[in-house]
Design a binder for this molecule. Structure first.
Ligand SMILES: NC(=O)c1ccc[n+]([C@@H]2O[C@H](COP(=O)([O-])OP(=O)(O)OC[C@H]3O[C@@H](n4cnc5c(N)ncnc54)[C@H](OP(=O)(O)O)[C@@H]3O)[C@@H](O)[C@H]2O)c1
Length: 255
């Protein structure tokens, strides 16, 4: 464990652009050493350069979240450089085909789950030993209000992105985020006695590549609640699902 440091450290997956890059920026501004996860070295290095030029301690971390070996070597590097991890933000995600159940082949659903669900388990398990070594580890899973079963059943979006009675029925994406929500609660329950808090966030409707930049919020705005959850103080919530609604602490969403 050479070069072990007591500085606060964070990993953000899929941080070369969009909400992930904005989360990395905000965590850097809050004084973290940020490992900027990206599967593509060129894109990752470009984001690293941009944030380092702003004076932030941001380090490109090669991490394809769907690749176990990539997650294992990321964990090894952080163990050597920092010795612990304070915050893991599982942000990397894909949209997949935005089609209804009757039009979606199961293979397309499986493909989306590889990134939005199974990869979160891969990365979390690889980095959990380092989170356990931190005084107050935090795990944030970037989900979506579209993954809420309660709100889907009522066809009511409490964050106001969709009008009442309208709730898109995208099989692959919505159910992947519902599964991610279940994963979040299950980790939270396992880790309740460790001090590690595990929560899910719906960042709001954010203009990024995933939606052809149709969102109403900027990535910086979308990064606000994820960073709040990544930096929760002692006694903060665990197994909560928090949505951006413009209020200081966000809105508690139903699972
Ligand atoms: N934008 C919204 O309105 C919105 C709303 C609710 C939830 N979300 C969630 O927010 C998260 C971030 O999305 P975004 O809006 O910022 O979209 P984005 O700009 O498309 O960013 C997605 C990020 O995930 C990365 N990624 C995808 N597969 C990966 C893999 N196998 N390994 C590592 N990185 C991978 C992408 O990397 P590449 O550049 O290499 O593809 C990119 O950095 C996602 O989980 C999304 O579901 C977004």
């Amino acid at each position: 464990m050479s070069g072990t440091t007591t500085a606060r450290t964070a990993v953000v997956t899929g941080a070369n652009k969009g909400i992930g890059r904005a989360i990395a920026r905000r965590l850097g501004q809050a004084g973290h050493t940020v490992y900027l996860g990206a599967r593509d070295e060129q894109r990752g290095r470009a984001a690293e350069r941009e944030l380092r030029a702003e004076g932030l301690d941001v380090r490109f971390l090669h991490l394809d979240v769907t690749d176990e070996a990539s997650a294992a070597s990321a964990a090894e590097r952080i163990a050597q450089e920092a010795g612990h991890l304070d915050a893991l933000v599982n942000n990397a995600g894909v949209g997949g085909p935005l089609s209804t159940p009757s039009e979606t082949p199961a293979d397309e659903v499986r493909r989306v789950y590889e990134t939005n669900v199974f990869a979160v388990i891969t990365v979390t398990n690889a980095l959990l030993p380092l989170l356990r070594r931190a005084p107050a580890g935090r795990i944030v899973n970037v989900s979506s209000v579209l993954g809420s079963l309660a709100h889907a059943a009522a066809r009511k979006d409490p964050t106001g992105v969709f009008p009442d009675g309208v709730f898109p029925a995208h099989l692959a994406y919505n159910t992947s985020k519902a599964a991610l929500n279940a994963v979040t609660v299950t980790y939270a329950n396992e880790l309740r006695d460790t001090g590690i808090l595990v929560n899910a966030v719906s960042p709001g409707w954010v203009a990024t590549d995933i939606n052809g930049h149709q969102g109403a919020l900027t990535p910086e705005q979308g990064a606000r609640i994820p960073v709040l959850l990544a930096t929760l103080g002692e006694g903060g919530p665990t197994a909560a699902f928090v949505g951006e609604d413009g209020t200081a602490e966000g809105r508690l969403l139903d699972w």
